[in-house]
Design a protein around this ligand. Structure first.
Ligand code: HEC
Ligand code: HEC
Ligand code: HEC
Ligand code: HEC
Ligand code: HEC
Ligand code: HEC
Length: 441
C-alpha cells in the first residue's frame, strides 16, 4: 500500500517530534506552554501494562482521556513523588508516607506544599481551657485530587469574598493546563499571539521577542480563563501578575532566603475569585488594602520596612531589608528590574527607584497552602511567634501550647521555611510589625 504524501508528511513530523522530546532535558516539560500531550492524556489508561489511574482499571479512562481520576491528580503524577528526602525542584506536595505524624511536609516552594492540608492540630490555649483546632482544611486551597487523598474543603462552599465553588477547586482552577496565556514583546498578555518559546517565570527565562512570546507567570489563567469542564460564569477578569522567581526556588531558607520578585497585579489576580475580601463588604477577619494603588507603601512604611530586622532591632537598610515571610510587590512590570531584584544579594527592600511598592495578598498568604491557619506565611493566631528561643515556646508535646498550637518544633520551623528562630527576637511578635510601627493598627 502506498501512503498518500500528506500521511507520510505526518509520520515524518511525528518521528521528528519524538526525537525532539527524547533529547529534551529531563527537567523541562511545559516550557511555558502546552507540553507533550502524552504527559497528561492517555488513550487506554495504561502505561507498560499497569493502570495509570490507580483507582480505575486498565482500559477505562478519565474524563478528557486524562491520566488520573481528575485534573489535579494528573498534575500530582509528576508534581508529587514519594521518597523525596528534601525540597525537590518543581514538587509542590509531599506524599503521606514521607510525612508521618509529627513530621512536616518536605517541599518549600514559594507557593507552598499542599501536604499541610493533611495535617490537623489540637491544643489548649489557656491552662484548663477547652481545646482548639487547626484542621488541615484551613491551611490553604483544598484541591480535589482523589488519587492522592486530597478532597474539597469541608467548611467553605465558595471562595470567601467571591463565589467560586470549592467542589471545583483544583490545580487547573488557577493554572491553565495547556499554558495558552503568553507575554509578548510589547508586554501585553493574551491567549493568542506569537508562539511561546519558553517559560517566562524564572530569572534565566528568555525575554519575548517580536517573533516569539514567553509563558505567563507560572502558567496562570488570564482574562476569560476557566477550565473547559466548568459551566457557569466563573471566567477570570484579570490577567496573571508580573513576577519572576529565582531558578532554584524550592529550597530550605536556613542559609539564604528565596526571593521572588513580585512585580504587580498579584492581588487583582487573586480577586478573580475573592473580589471583596478584606474590604467593607467582607471585613472579617480584617480590613486591609492590597495591591496598587490602595496598598502602596507610604514613605514612612518603606523606611520602617527597611529598618526593621526584628523586634527591638531597627538597624536594617534598604539593601538587605527583604523578608520572604512578609514580601511586598515592587510595583513594576519591567522584567529587567524584576530579574535584577531576584538575583541581588542580599535581597533588597522596597524602593521607589524600582517602582511603586505595595502590600499584596502574598505579603501575608501563600498561594497553595502553609503550616498555619488561613494559608498565612506566619502564625497570626498567636501573640509571639518566638518565645523562649523556640517557635513552640518550649511547650512542644504539651497540651497547653498557645504558640505553635500543636505543631512540633520541627513542624513549626518547616512552616517558617527552615528559617531558624535566631533570625528573630526573643520573644518575637507577629510579622505585621515589619510594616506597622505600633502593631496591628
Ligand atoms: C499538563 C497537563 C496537560 C497537557 C500537557 C495537555 N493537556 Fe489537554 N487537558 C488537560 C486537562 C487537565 C484537561 C481537562 C480540562 C478541564 O477540566 O476542563 C484537558 C483537556 C483537553 C481537551 C478537551 C478540553 C479542551 O480544552 O478543549 C483537549 C482537546 C486537550 N486537552 C488536548 C490536548 C492536546 C492536543 C495536548 C498536547 C498539545 C494536551 N491536551 C496537553 C491537561 C493537559
Ligand atoms: C509529565 C510530568 C508533568 C505533569 C503531568 C505536569 N507537570 Fe507541571 N511541571 C513538570 C516539570 C518537569 C516542571 C519543571 C520544568 C518546566 O517548567 O517545564 C513543571 C513545572 C510546572 C510549573 C511551573 C512552570 C513555569 O514555567 O514556571 C507549573 C505552574 C506547573 N508545572 C503546573 C502543572 C499543572 C497545573 C499540571 C496539571 C494540569 C502539571 N503541571 C502537570 C512536569 C509535569
Ligand atoms: C489558588 C490558585 C492555585 C492553585 C489551586 C494551585 N496553584 Fe500552583 N501556583 C499558584 C500561584 C499564584 C503560584 C506562584 C506562587 C508564588 O510565586 O508565590 C503558583 C506556583 C506553582 C508552582 C511553582 C512553584 C511555587 O510554589 O512557586 C508550581 C509547580 C505549581 N504552582 C503547581 C501547582 C499544582 C500541581 C497544583 C495542584 C496540585 C497547583 N499549583 C494549584 C496558584 C495556584
Ligand atoms: C480559582 C479561584 C481562586 C483563586 C484564583 C484564588 N482562590 Fe483563594 N480560595 C478559593 C476557594 C474556592 C476557597 C475556599 C475553599 C478552600 O479554602 O479550599 C479559597 C480560600 C482561600 C483562603 C482561605 C484558606 C483557608 O484554608 O482558610 C485564602 C487565604 C485564599 N483563598 C487566598 C487566596 C490568594 C492569596 C489568592 C491569590 C494568590 C487566591 N486565594 C486565589 C478560590 C480561589
Ligand atoms: C496584611 C495581611 C493580609 C493581606 C495583605 C491579605 N490577607 Fe487575607 N487574611 C489575613 C489574615 C490574618 C487572615 C485570617 C487568617 C486565619 O485564618 O487566621 C486572612 C484570611 C483570608 C481569607 C479567609 C477568610 C475567611 O472567611 O475564612 C481569604 C479568602 C483571604 N484572606 C484572601 C486574601 C486575598 C485574596 C488577599 C489580597 C486581595 C488578602 N487575603 C490579603 C491577612 C491578610
Ligand atoms: C508589607 C507591609 C505591610 C504588612 C506586612 C502589613 N501591613 Fe497593614 N497596611 C500596610 C499599608 C501600606 C496600609 C495602608 C494604609 C497605611 O498607610 O497605613 C496598611 C493598613 C493597615 C490597616 C488599616 C486598614 C484600613 O483600611 O483601615 C490595618 C488595620 C492594618 N494595616 C493591619 C495589619 C495587620 C493586622 C497586619 C498583619 C496581619 C498587617 N497590617 C501587615 C502595609 C502592611
Amino acid at each position: 500500500m502506498r501512503l498518500p504524501s500528506h500521511k507520510l508528511f505526518m509520520i515524518a513530523i511525528l518521528a521528528l517530534a519524538v526525537l525532539a522530546v527524547g533529547s529534551e532535558k529531563a527537567e523541562a516539560f511545559h516550557q511555558g506552554g502546552a507540553g507533550e500531550c502524552e504527559g497528561c492524556h492517555t488513550m487506554h489508561n495504561s502505561y507498560e501494562g499497569m493502570p495509570v489511574t490507580p483507582t480505575s482499571p486498565v482500559g477505562s479512562v478519565g474524563a478528557y482521556l486524562l491520566k488520573g481520576s481528575d485534573a489535579s491528580s494528573v498534575c500530582l503524577n509528576c508534581h508529587q513523588k514519594s521518597g523525596d528526602i528534601g525540597p525537590t525542584s518543581f514538587h509542590i506536595s509531599t506524599a503521606d508516607t514521607d510525612m508521618p505524624v509529627s513530621s512536616p511536609p518536605r517541599q518549600l516552594p514559594p507557593g507552598g506544599d499542599f501536604g499541610w492540608l493533611k495535617k490537623s492540630y489540637t491544643w489548649i490555649p489557656t491552662l484548663g481551657g477547652t481545646p482548639l483546632n487547626s484542621p488541615g482544611d484551613s491551611h490553604g486551597h483544598n484541591i480535589v485530587a482523589q488519587d492522592y487523598g486530597y478532597f474539597s474543603d469541608s467548611y467553605k462552599t465558595t471562595s470567601p469574598g467571591g463565589f467560586y465553588p470549592t467542589a471545583s477547586m483544583g490545580c487547573t482552577s488557577c493554572h491553565d493546563p495547556h499554558g495558552k496565556y503568553r507575554r509578548s514583546a510589547d508586554g501585553s498578555i493574551g491567549s493568542a499571539g506569537t508562539p511561546i518559546k519558553d517559560s517566562g517565570s524564572v530569572s534565566s527565562s528568555p525575554d519575548p521577542d517580536p517573533l516569539q512570546s514567553v509563558g505567563v507567570y507560572r502558567l496562570l489563567g488570564g482574562v476569560g480563563y476557566k477550565p473547559k469542564s466548568m459551566s457557569g460564569g466563573f471566567a477570570f477578569s484579570y490577567n496573571p501578575p508580573a513576577a519572576v522567581a529565582p531558578d532554584i526556588y524550592n529550597r530550605s531558607e536556613t542559609l539564604a532566603q528565596t526571593r521572588v520578585a513580585y512585580g504587580s497585579g498579584m492581588s487583582d489576580w487573586c480577586r478573580n475569585c475573592h473580589a471583596n475580601i478584606h474590604t467593607d463588604a467582607l471585613p472579617t477577619p480584617l480590613k486591609h488594602p492590597a495591591g496598587y494603588p490602595n496598598g502602596n507603601l507610604s514613605a514612612d512604611i518603606r523606611n520602617y520596612y527597611d529598618q526593621y530586622i526584628k523586634d527591638g532591632d531597627l538597624t536594617g537598610i534598604e539593601a538587605n531589608a527583604w523578608l520572604s515571610l512578609a514580601p511586598f510587590e515592587a510595583g513594576t512590570t519591567n522584567y529587567t528590574t524584576l530579574k535584577a531584584l531576584v538575583t541581588a544579594t542580599p535581597a533588597k527592600g522596597p524602593s521607589i527607584t524600582d517602582g511603586t511598592p505595595a502590600v499584596m495578598c502574598l505579603t501575608c498568604h501563600r498561594a497553595h497552602a502553609s503550616g498555619w491557619d488561613g494559608s498565612m506565611r506566619w502564625n497570626n493566631r498567636t501573640i509571639n511567634i518566638v518565645l523562649n528561643g523556640l517557635y513552640t515556646g518550649g511547650q512542644a508535646g504539651q497540651a497547653f501550647q498557645p504558640n505553635a498550637q500543636g505543631r512540633t518544633e520541627l513542624e513549626a520551623q518547616r512552616a517558617y521555611y527552615d528559617i531558624t528562630t535566631g533570625t528573630f527576637a526573643n520573644p518575637q511578635r507577629t510579622l505585621c510589625y515589619k510594616c506597622h510601627v505600633n502593631g496591628s493598627e
